[in-house]
Ligand binder design. Structure first.
Ligand code: GLN
Ligand code: ZN
Length: 755
């Protein structure tokens, strides 16, 4: 039998104690210098390499570290730096591209595929000139850095096709320009880089092409062929390992098999469908990394299943390597840092460090036969809980008896009733929910956590925050008020802490972007709502004002998207359980006299599967869950929903199918274009296109809000148009929020006067 080896495609770079965050933020604040930051980074890299080596991983990746984002690193590596950063260099330029600097806008940030990681979008134009620093470039220097520790590594590069397809045309690029036009010059730069790596003695490079997990047209597949025919045919280069992840590689497999690449890394978790293609692909003696340990979720691997999948590949590939499905960047670092997880859960979990052990154990089992590692295998699959812990019979029975229970209600009829009974003016003004999370609010939360104050004192403080927030909104003259969400640290965590079936972690940090890390809850068991979660705060706010207060909940899809979700049942089923809990909450809010209830679904778009063929099934369950949550109310109760982005073209029908009465969306940055798009697509419900961008500290003028409203009114009638900012206000200060909202109300008055 050939020798089976082991690898991981990447590892978390933030450090066990979030060292990278501290080092970076100290540098930004001027508390430390560049040398200190570089030193901290080198320590983190060393720690990762040594951890992987000591764990027994055979093939260790390098150039997976980043100060901010690996796509930005590649823009820098190839010299794709927009002109506006020309005056800067070194770390200053790098961080300016990431975060902006005095008067210079950063690169745009966007979602990394269907994960909650965000990357910076390179800007390319016909005048972009690529180059690399060759022997002084980071993939080479990091290789030497590891070699100096006695560790041989496989540098990781983002592949040329992915780099171009993840980039966007610079604003001043001609209309017909496409980043893919730059394939040839970009390949020149890769040729130079591969040359430098070969000179350094690098045996393998990993070239990541995650864009192959999404649908690719024939021009893109042709570009893929061009790229790897050229790189493959180089006389002086390391061996090329092309890696795809987040889904099946599909039709790109035969394309790559037709080139001289030496190896492929395939995601056999999200892309399990690839398994059947491998034997047919004629990979001959090529190396294949079978990505069998899930890099996207926190569950233990079913090692005996993984073993049999790996074993059955042995005949159809050259060298077999077992590995992770993708980089471990997307999971928390180490389970042993978690002291208090619910009994039964710990035994089912594997974080990055534990996944490394799984990979190593799989490798040994395949090399030595599973008898040799029987004891370790048994220990690894031992479970200190039982499956019964995850089942809540009452929830299941209720869901079964509800059936789909989400018949579409008659919107037109409802709208008439709501208009007749509500006393709202045309163009009602409102906000998206949160008000600034001030230092005072954060202090109260910290005091409660540290035991310096008790729950009753905390609640009193929150009520007085609500008093102020309500009074301010009345004074400003908003029509539909909110309680301001002072008690919520995070829109998902708040609910996860109040629903059974979710567990929180204390160190389970995952990078979202730059130095912003999140701690997604773990949704591990059937979900139930032991008691109302928001009713007290909402009714308290309502008791302070004669104006209507809008209740505020996080929707089922977003609860799943921003958690680690159990994989022992379909997500559709899990979403229905969350939806049922929300349905009860909505009923309770309604019974308490709340007539406007908003269910936020900012993540609806991000869970949309990468391949079109998978999308209808997703839309089906996502819509079903939202409707299950919201369809239990009387016609008089108005359901709002909110989404944070403006790329709606492809999901207009989905938004309509949600059957909400009013949807608020981001629109300010696209100058209300989306309203026109929605109207054209036949969207006939209430719409609240954000009239100003809350992501910027700038206070909008009355005139510009007025203009935005007039633009929106060209596409939607006044009785369906709502006026609101484009997202929650929690990251802003009152110095920004108060004048902005006053301008919003004034602009609305002016427009109303002309109706
Ligand atoms: N209601 C939430 C807030 O205002 C919505 C946040 C979001 O859309 N991401 O903060
Ligand atoms: Zn939002």
């Amino acid at each position: 039998m050939e020798t089976v080896r082991t690898t991981v495609l990447g590892y978390p770079r933030i450090g066990a104690r979030r060292e990278l965050k501290r080092a970076t933020e100290d540098y930004w604040a001027g508390r430390t210098d560049a040398a200190a930051l570089h030193q901290a980074a080198a320590a983190l890299r060393r720690d990762t390499w040594e951890t992987l080596r000591d764990a027994g991983v055979d093939l260790i990746p390098s150039h997976t570290f980043s100060f901010y984002d690996h796509v930005l690193d590649h823009a820098e590596l190839f010299g794709a730096v927009p002109h506006r950063f020309a005056g800067l260099d070194g770390l200053d330029r790098y961080f300016a591209m990431a975060r902006g600097t005095e008067g210079v806008a950063p690169l745009e940030m966007t979602k990394w595929f269907d994960t909650n990681y965000h990357y910076l979008v390179p800007e390319l134009g016909p005048d972009t000139t690529f180059r690399t620093a060759g022997a002084r470039s980071r993939p080479v220097t990091e290789y030497h850095e590891a070699a100096a520790l006695g560790i041989t590594t496989r540098p990781v590069l983002l592949g040329p096709l992915s780099f171009l397809l993840l980039s966007k045309p610079a604003v001043d690029a001609p209309k017909e320009f496409r980043p893919l036009d730059l394939l040839d010059p970009l390949l020149d730069a890769y040729v130079g880089l591969l040359d430098g790596l070969a000179d350094a003695g690098v045996e393998w490079v990993q070239v990541d092409e995650p864009v192959l997990a999404a649908d690719r047209n024939s021009a893109e597949l042709a570009a893929l062929r061009t790229a790897y025919e050229r790189l493959g045919s180089l006389a002086h280069r390391p061996k090329l390992m092309v890696a795809t992840y987040f889904g099946p590689i599909g039709p790109a497999l035969p394309v790559l098999a037709g080139t001289e690449v030496d190896g492929l890394a395939l995601d056999l978790v999200a892309g399990a469908a690839d398994f059947d293609r491998i034997a047919a692909a004629g990979l001959g003696d090529r190396t294949v990394v079978a990505g069998l340990v899930d890099g996207r979720n926190v569950w233990r691997t079913d090692l005996s299943r993984a073993m049999s999948v790996a074993a059955s590949l042995l005949g159809s590939v050259g060298d077999l390597v077992v590995g992770t499905s993708c980089s471990l960047l997307h999971v928390p670092l180490d389970l042993t840092l978690e002291p208090d997880l619910p009994g039964g859960l710990r035994g089912r979990l594997a974080f990055a460090r534990q996944k490394v052990d799984e990979v190593v154990l799989l490798g040994r089992a395949l090399r030595e036969g599973h008898q040799a590692v029987e004891r370790e295998l048994a220990a690894a699959s031992a479970n200190d809980g039982t499956a019964a812990d995850t089942v809540d019979g009452r929830v299941r029975a209720r869901l079964a008896s509800l059936g789909t229970g989400t018949a579409r209600r008659d919107y037109a009829e409802r709208a008439r009733l709501q208009a007749a009974t509500g006393a709202l003016p045309p163009l009602p003004t409102t906000t998206i929910g949160s008000f600034p999370q001030t230092a005072r609010i954060r202090r109260a939360r910290a005091d409660l956590r540290a035991g310096r104050i008790d729950q009753a004192t905390y609640d009193t403080r929150m009520r007085s925050e609500i008093d102020e927030i309500v009074a301010l909104q009345e004074d400003i003259g908003l029509d539909v008020l909110v309680h301001g969400e002072p008690e919520r640290n995070d829109m998902v965590q708040y609910f996860a802490e109040r629903l059974s079936g979710f567990a929180g972690t204390s160190h389970g940090w995952v990078q979202s972007y730059g130095t912003r890390y999140v701690r997604p809850p773990i949704l591990y068991a059937d979900v139930a709502r032991p008691r109302p979660m928001t009713v007290e705060w909402t009714t308290y706010a309502q008791s302070r004002t004669g104006r209507p207060v809008k209740g505020m909940l996080t929707g089922p899809v977003t609860m799943l998207a921003w958690s680690f979700v159990r994989d022992d049942q379909p997500p559709a089923e899990t979403a229905r359980q969350v939806a049922l809990a929300l349905r009860d909450e909505i009923r309770d809010l309604e019974a308490a006299g709340i007539r406007y209830i908003q269910v936020d679904e900012p993540a609806l778009r991000e869970l949309l599967p990468l391949r079109a063929a998978d999308q209808p099934a997703y839309v089906d369950w996502a819509v079903g869950a939202f409707r299950l949550a919201t369809s239990g109310v009387a016609d008089r109760t108005q359901i709002h929903s909110h989404m944070c982005y403006s790329e709606f073209g492809e999901i207009v029908d989905t938004i309509d199918a949600l059957d909400a009465d009013v949807t608020s969306v981001e629109a300010a940055r696209s100058r209300m274009e989306l309203v026109t798009d929605l109207a054209k697509a036949g969207y006939r419900r209430g719409i609240g296109p954000g009239v100003y961008d809350i992501h910027s500290p700038r206070v909008p003028t009355v005139a510009e809000i007025e203009e935005a409203l007039r633009l929106a009114l060209e596409a939607v009638p006044a009785d369906r148009l709502w006026v609101n900012p484009d997202c929650g206000l929690k990251t802003r200060t009152y110095a920004e929020v108060e004048p902005a909202l006053r301008h919003l109300v004034e602009a609305t008055r002016r427009v109303r006067a002309t109706l």
